[in-house]
Design a protein around this ligand. Structure first.
Ligand SMILES: *Cc1c(COP(=O)(O)O)cnc(C)c1O
Length: 505
């Protein structure tokens, strides 16, 4: 472990750039220096040297302030310590006899989380998951099975989908995470079952349009059974109007699942917790800790207001959680999860909360939201940049706008923004994300790192503008050359244009 720490510091933590710039072929070639499974093993020091060279050196440096592409956080020290401990002790969270104290600690943390999101009383429950994908899947699964049980006294777990299944509908905003559609597909309802409600200019679900959508579905004899609210959309951090959605869900008898994978961390903040007002009206909640809670991947939770709903999931295996255990009150967590063997990820969050404390956690989160606001303001001041939307959390979406419109218009602006991102990555300047908003290719900063400052983001914006201008000049030169050739030989012109597009500028 000590040698590994040295290599980690040498080849990763002290990196000057957020990425080495290596391309896939180079990385594959360096890994091929060794057989995956040699006949005889090698010493740890030699192995660590190789891993440092081939792997650590060519990672996105999440701790670097210019690494700001995705919801991909620098992990807290306490969580790394916890990772080492939990992997060494290796409890499996499916049955109590494999994870005695770990089971109790996970349950403690779940109880605290339920309180944090306003699930008061002892009826609530939950489980640690691999992340938002699994938590959203569980929310939709329980919602589906609950509806079928209540409406038709139909046990989906036993009998599979009911005959009416093709009329079941899931409601969410058009900015909801793609895992809502994925879950619907996995649950046998098809992506066709997901009905998206339009969002307002701030990316939040229109509650009026929700009402008219429900009315239209009912007219068509379709059966909406779950409403998915998003607290923090992946691109803009938008938060749906949770109190209105909670009220609508109750009125229409819908299960309310809130996807707070991204925004859930606001619950720790004195300043921003108000943005989650109404979340307690949810029947189930997704929250991720490997995003704004600064935990190593993977770490998330699924929370359930009424633990009785876990009955739709339960199965008893004689070797793991025999029914006799249930009667004796032995806490086997396997019945709360779609996983069987499961990691003790609760320890990471627990040790981080203990070590950092709520106030400092809140200060970290508040800082990143403020940085997003300041960065957005800086973008607004630049003629060459366009801010796509006001940030709600700490994601900032913008694009470079060329000074001279090229002949292929929007296509060129899209191309330009993609090329800028590639150049930032390959040059080791910054790791930023790309996305599409309103049909346009955009750049995105996701400002999770509490050590990043306006100096860092402003510096990267200057690089964006510089690279954009350079690419524009090159393009203009290519265009002239192309026109020159065009009059002589159309074939060569096509070749020039092709090589221009393919060369990555
Ligand atoms: C990240 C994210 C997910 C998916 O979660 P994973 O942890 O990647 O499985 C779902 N919903 C939202 C809003 C997210 O930001």
């Amino acid at each position: 472990m000590n040698t590994a720490l040295g290599v980690l510091i040498r080849d990763f933590a002290s990196a000057k750039h957020p990425y080495s710039g290596a391309l896939p072929d180079q990385l594959a070639a360096s890994l091929r220096q060794r057989p995956v499974c040699p006949e005889q093993g090698i010493g740890m020091a030699e192995l660590l040297d190789f891993i440092g060279e081939a792997v650590l050196k060519h990672s996105a440096v999440v701790t670097h302030p210019a690494c700001m592409a995705h919801l991909h956080c620098p992990p807290l020290q306490a969580s790394l310590v916890a990772e080492a401990l939990l992997s060494a002790v290796n409890p499996s969270m499916d049955s109590w006899d494999q994870s005695m104290s770990a089971t109790m600690l996970e349950q403690e943390v779940i109880g605290w989380l339920c309180g944090l999101f306003g699930f008061a009383g002892r009826g609530s429950d939950g489980v640690f998951t691999s992340g938002g994908t699994q938590s959203n899947f569980m929310g939709l699964l329980l919602a589906r099975d609950h509806y079928c049980c209540m409406r038709w006294n139909w046990n989906v777990q036993q009998r599979g989908l009911p005959p009416q299944a093709d009329r079941l509908r899931v409601l969410c905003s058009e900015e909801a995470h793609f895992t809502v559609k994925q879950s619907a597909a996995l649950l046998g309802l098809g992506q066709q079952s997901v009905i998206t409600v339009p969002v307002d200019s701030k990316g939040r679900m229109h509650s009026d349009l929700l009402e008219s959508t429900i009315a239209r579905l009912r007219e068509d004899e379709l059966l909406p059974f779950v409403l998915v609210a998003t607290a923090g959309t992946t691109d803009f951090g938008s938060i749906d109007p949770l109190p209105e959605l909670g009220e609508a869900a109750r009125r229409h008898g819908l299960w309310l699942h809130t996807d707070a994978a991204y925004g859930g961390a606001l619950a720790l903040s004195d300043q921003h917790a108000c943005l989650l007002k109404g979340i307690a009206l949810s029947d189930s909640i997704t929250v991720d800790f490997h995003k704004l809670f600064y935990q190593p991947i993977s770490c998330g939770a699924f929370l359930l207001r009424d633990r009785l709903h876990y009955r739709y999931l339960r199965l008893n295996a004689d070797y793991l959680n025999p029914e006799a255990d249930d009667q004796a009150g032995v806490p086997n967590l396997v019945g709360k999860s779609v996983q069987t063997t499961r990691r003790f990820d609760a320890l990471k969050l627990y040790m981080s909360l203990q070590h950092v404390g709520r106030e400092r956690f809140a200060a970290m989160i508040d800082h990143t939201l403020k940085l997003a606001e300041e960065t957005a303001e800086r973008i607004r001041q630049e003629d060459a940049l366009e801010l796509i939307a006001e940030p709600t959390l700490n994601a900032v979406v913008f694009r470079y706008v060329p000074s001279v419109g090229a002949e292929d218009g929007a296509g060129w602006t899209d191309e330009l923004n993609c090329r800028i991102r590639d150049r930032l990555l390959e040059g080791g300047i910054a790791v930023v994300a790309r996305t599409k908003a309103k049909g346009k290719a955009c750049l995105k900063f996701t400002l999770l790192n509490p050590l990043a400052t306006l100096q860092h983001t402003a510096g990267i914006l200057r690089h964006v503008i510089r690279i954009g201008k350079e690419l524009e000049c090159q393009y203009a030169a290519e265009l002239l050359a192309r026109k020159g050739v065009l009059s002589h030989d159309r074939g060569t012109a096509a070749g020039t244009y092709g090589s221009f597009m393919g060369r990555g500028l």
